[in-house]
Design a protein around this ligand. Structure first.
Ligand code: SF4
Length: 281
């Protein structure tokens, strides 16, 4: 019997990634473009861009044309380096990330010690810490950020793609030491597109036999979406239609399959996965 596929209303590239990819592709039609780091956390998209002559570089030393800054943004010093080297660039920093950078900078200027809930190795978080200056730290647990005394004035913000319940748990843990602070500010810098996907994914996981999350194994928001769905049902990450086959027992017996995606999965890839699911007996 054919499976009933329930597709999430919001999936595919998020607006920030769509804007970054479209802007970069448009520029590449008339000039060589080099992306500073991977433009998106998705191998198939990076390969597509490479096929158009858009190369990934990890140092401005390797730039031989227009430099594209990704949706995650960069530390402020990168703009100085670009200017110093006389390199032209396109800045595809997502407006939501840019707003978070402004918040980090504002809170630091008001004298707060700024804590960013997020992965310290992620490009966006590095950009936020850069805006917050020396009195700032990032991490995914209170113990990884504070080992000794707590600052008196603390501001908390988060990487835009974290999920609301994760931030709430982190803030909740910090608030158990409430009496040690004089002043605490919590700035909500979460991306509403990610939050909507998470809400919809939870509802899909509760109402289907299995949720397929289309995303790259390196995409942290895709992996977290899988973890989140697994709290309500059963979900798995699928990076291409090749992973859809009759050997996958849970998929073979599922009658209803929910499909959602990470923010860096293109629509054509999702459509291929859905076609493959619908072709299964
Ligand atoms: S996930 Fe949200 S914040 Fe990140 S690039 Fe997409 S729209 Fe922007």
């Amino acid at each position: 019997m054919a499976k009933l596929v329930k597709k999430a209303a919001e999936l595919g590239f998020c607006p920030g990634v769509a804007r970054a990819v479209e802007t970069t592709m448009r520029a590449a039609r008339s000039t060589p473009v080099f992306t500073l780091g991977r433009l998106v956390h998705n191998d198939v998209v990076v390969s597509e861009l490479e096929a158009m002559g858009i190369a990934v570089i990890h140092s401005l030393d390797d730039a031989r044309g227009l430099v594209a800054i990704s949706a995650h943004g960069v530390p402020a010093q990168v703009y100085h380096q670009l200017q110093h080297r006389g390199l032209k660039f396109i800045d595809t920093t997502c407006p939501i990330v840019r707003k978070a950078q402004q918040v980090a900078s504002q809170l630091a200027s008001e004298g707060y010690f700024v804590v960013v809930y997020g992965d310290p190795g992620h490009a966006e978080v590095k950009g936020l810490l850069d805006r917050a200056g020396p009195k700032s730290k990032a991490g995914l647990s209170v113990s990884s950020i504070f080992r000794g005394r707590l600052p008196k004035r603390l501001a908390i913000l988060s990487q835009t793609t974290r999920l609301s319940h994760e931030v709430q748990a982190f803030v909740g843990e910090l608030l158990t030491s409430l009496e040690k602070f004089q002043d605490i500010r919590i700035a909500v810098t979460l991306c509403s597109h990610v939050a909507r996907r998470a809400r919809e994914a939870a509802s899909l996981a509760s109402s289907t036999d299995l949720v397929v999350v289309v995303g790259d194994p390196q995409s942290s928001n895709s992996n977290r979406l899988v973890e989140w769905c697994n709290q309500f049902g059963y979900a798995r990450l699928v990076s291409s239609a090749n992973m859809i086959d009759g050997e996958w027992q849970e998929l073979r017996v599922a009658q209803t399959v929910g499909v959602t995606s990470g923010t860096s999965s293109p629509n054509w890839l999702i459509d291929e996965v859905i076609d493959a699911i619908e072709r299964l007996d």
